[in-house]
Design a protein around this ligand. Structure first.
Ligand code: ADP
Ligand code: MG
Length: 747
């Protein structure tokens, strides 16, 4: 099939490039070594602007696909335009006039024509239009056409500049509108794209024909031709499908190779427990494990008993019982003579884990570890027990101290703890991610649990090496963020996934409602009646973008206000500017039931576990993202009591309205995550931006799930057990993903 749509025009050639380039050099891999500035029309400052915008090579350029298309075949003539309806009209600018009416008001008037009719167009305060809309420019205008004194007019329509009306590239039926890059607009990009495409043809296709046939995929050259210059809109779907497949395929090939390389280069530990610590622990719990916990523990045990190091992602809603799974896992490791570590994103969360884990162990009679009475959260205590004693208690230590305020408190014992870790006197160490990053010396680290809570977007490359020997410890990453399948197949695609998809029995879904800011009285009543029944409430203050300080100030003010509203109740305050020790005093009081209403910033978002709290009020809820709202709601409904979440919101944007509606409609985190993808669209998924999926240029994680499933299957089958691919596909993956591969994976 010839390259659709681009046969009519004859501007050819890269700047300074020889006219005939061997076909072998027309692969995407090769094109990603050709600087974009070699494309005709991009040798000067436009090329530099593209480079700055991340389009550095010809391959980058070719993968910069139009954001939309103007379809001339459906264009409406001015003579027939339906007044009052949303339409797109294509016209030529005849005259532009800029009027500065007063200081803050500039009006741009343009007279446009489609050759027969006349259209007057007005924009307010868009002075730049004067430059953009020079006489003779052809533009597509989208908006409502009105009739005023017999004349047709549009106010502030959306403008797509097609180009100079004499230009051949916009005379086709479908005009592509590429996203601007810096100052370089769609017209220039279109011309450059055309040149680049012609110059790179014929382009080789790295995928075997059998695969293309089987999956009914278009060949690559045709796909690139059609996506940039379709003959008709009907060409787009198949072209896009092929390019989306390619994009996922490259990613999945890289993931498959990484997985193989890891399996090849690392030798894991075959854990052989010499006593039933894990069993003792599980049978000592005051509840029986859920079916999901049993299943997941089975999956983990298979990993622990094999010699391949575990790389497993454990997904489970807040409250689904991940901590129990983590402790049971580490106890197997401890029983086999190794140490375990649990790492949390912050010191406060590490402290929470320490409390949670020791509570569970004390409850099961497995440690006499001093917990709350003697040691405050940040004290460090290590029991002094002989190493070899078979029934010795499990020794758990909290290691903190990267924080200066904390370290003055615990400096003395920090070194003791470090020593105990190095000598093997500690079985389970709990700390922040710095445990590993700072290279704390373990006697025999056998497994690490990393709790990412919902911050999975920022996970970094984590390198674990056992101190004893060359074996790699097992790794379990826990996340409470429900991750849509597409994301777990890309973001975490080299990990095995376990799912805790069952809540412990007796949990009631949190009743969620929306209320307007002006009507807070029912919310206050709810809080009063819950407190009267012995329960507690959280009130989360509005999010203040980028500033902990301002947020703290506003929380302090809200606390003062609510202290008056609830004059007879005990109202506490917690925000990010407080010192860790101060926060801890507040949290202890909350836990002890000495605070009725806790006014807080989002510092309470994660890790707070207070079963007696039954009300979560979120102020200005429309300003929070869905995953954050879900996390906040997860702070209540953790005990046996019915719980409530009130979203105080007056959303005005479509997104805001959709988010609040989704929260009210469901408490299912997975559905919310899918909904979040749908609402926010691609590129901005959670915090995925830092984590690599934002590098998807064409694919859409929600809409393209089926293609992703195909691409993953084919990629893993093609890679097989190979460690590298030295064919064109391998070169392409290397060339296109390049350095970015590094932070895509956990290794
Ligand atoms: P997560 O870490 O997934 O948020 P946790 O492990 O902290 O959840 O568990 C939440 C609460 O539920 C804890 O109080 C825990 O003791 C309790 N829990 C865990 N598993 C069960 C179970 N199978 N049955 C009843 N309660 C459980
Ligand atoms: Mg937890």
């Amino acid at each position: 099939m010839p390259c659709a749509g681009i046969t009519k025009v004859v501007t050819i050639g890269w700047h300074n490039a020889p006219m005939s380039v061997p076909v072998s050099q027309r692969s995407l891999a090769y094109l990603s070594t050709v600087p974009v500035t070699r494309v005709s029309g991009l040798s000067g400052k436009r090329g530099t602007a593209l480079e700055k915008g991340g389009i550095k090579t010809v391959a980058d350029l070719l993968l910069h696909v139009p954001r939309r298309y103007v379809d001339r075949s459906t264009q409406v003539e001015l003579a027939n335009v339906p007044v009052g309806e949303e339409v797109t009209v294509i016209v030529i600018v005849q005259k532009v006039n800029v009027r500065r009416v007063r200081k803050n008001l500039t009006i741009i008037d343009a007279v446009c024509t489609d050759g027969v009719g006349i259209l007057n167009v007005t924009w307010f305060n868009q002075a730049f239009r004067a430059k953009q809309l020079t006489e003779g420019t052809e533009i597509a205008l989208s908006g409502k056409v009105e009739r005023y004194r017999g004349r047709l007019q549009m106010k502030s329509p959306v403008v797509d500049v097609l180009g100079s009306s004499s230009e051949s590239l916009i005379t086709g039926r479908v005009v592509p509108i590429h996203p601007s890059v810096g100052d370089v607009g769609p017209g220039h990009i279109r011309r450059a794209m055309h040149n680049a495409l012609l110059r790179s043809m014929p382009m080789s296709d790295p995928l075997p024909e059998s695969l293309l046939d089987r999956l009914d995929l278009m060949d690559r050259q045709a796909a690139l031709g059609s996506i940039h210059f379709p003959e008709e809109m009907g060409d787009l779907a198949a072209a896009r499908r092929r390019l989306v497949f390619d994009e996922f395929f490259r990613l999945e090939v890289a993931l498959a190779l990484t997985k193989n390389q890891r399996a090849h280069t690392s030798v894991g530990i075959r854990h052989v427990p010499d006593r039933g610590l894990s069993e003792t622990f599980l049978s000592g719990l005051p509840f029986s494990t859920t079916g999901a916990q049993d299943r997941v523990l089975g999956e983990i045990m298979d990993d622990l008993f094999s010699e391949h190091p575990m790389h497993r992602l454990l997904q489970g809603e807040v409250g689904s019982g991940k901590t129990v799974v983590a402790v049971a896992t580490l106890l197997v490791v401890v029983a086999g003579g190794y140490q375990g570590a649990i790492m949390a994103p912050t010191e406060v969360l590490a402290g929470q884990h320490y409390l949670g884990v020791t509570d569970l162990l004390v409850g099961a009679g497995m440690t006499s570890h001093p917990v709350r009475d003697q040691a405050s959260l940040f004290d460090v205590a290590v029991s002094d027990v002989a190493d070899s004693e078979p029934d010795r208690p499990v020794v758990v230590a909290l290691l903190t101290g990267s924080n200066s305020e904390l370290s003055t408190q615990i400096d003395a014992s920090r070194s003791d703890v470090l020593e105990a870790i190095a000598s093997g006197g500690v079985d389970i160490v709990i700390g922040t991610h710095a445990l590993i990053q700072e290279g704390v010396d373990f006697a025999k680290l056998g497994a690490a649990v990393i709790d990412e809570q919902h911050r999975f977007g920022v996970h970094q490359r984590i390198s674990l090496k056992a101190k004893a020997g060359e074996q790699d410890p097992d790794l379990l990453i826990m996340t409470a963020t429900p991750i849509p399948r597409t994301l777990s197949m890309t973001l975490y695609g080299d990990l095995d996934v376990s799912l805790l998809d069952e809540m412990p029995p007796g949990r009631m879904p949190v009743a969620t409602s929306e209320i307007s800011k002006g009507a807070m009285e029912p919310v206050y009543e709810l809080i009063r009646s819950e407190v009267a029944a012995g329960r507690q409430a959280f009130v989360v203050c509005p999010l203040v973008e980028e500033s902990d300080k301002i947020e703290a100030v506003s929380a302090t003010a809200e606390h003062a206000r609510l202290a008056k509203v609830f004059a007879d109740l005990r109202v506490g305050l917690l925000h990010g500017q407080m010192k860790p020790a101060e926060k801890e005093v507040v949290m202890d009081a909350m836990r002890a039931g000495e605070i009725d209403v806790l006014v807080a910033t989002t510092v309470i978002e994660v890790g707070i576990d207070i079963a007696n709290a039954t009300v979560m009020v979120i102020e200005d809820a429309e300003r929070f993202g869905l995953s954050q709202l879900h996390q906040l709601r997860g702070r209540v409904g953790r005990g046996e009591h019915a719980s409530y979440c009130v979203l105080v919101a007056d959303p005005t944007t479509d997104e805001g309205i959709a988010r609040i509606a989704a929260m009210v409609a469901t408490t299912d985190g997975f559905r919310l995550a899918e909904e979040d993808l749908r609402i926010r669209g691609q590129g901005t998924v959670f915090e995925a931006r830092q984590a690599g999926t934002a590098d998807l240029r064409i694919a859409d994680l929600l809409r393209d799930l089926e293609i992703l499933v195909d691409a993953r299957r084919e990629a893993f089958a093609m890679v097989g057990d190979r460690l590298t691919l030295d064919d064109e596909i391998g070169r392409e993956v290397e060339a296109i993903l390049g350095d970015r591969k590094d932070w895509l994976f956990v290794s």
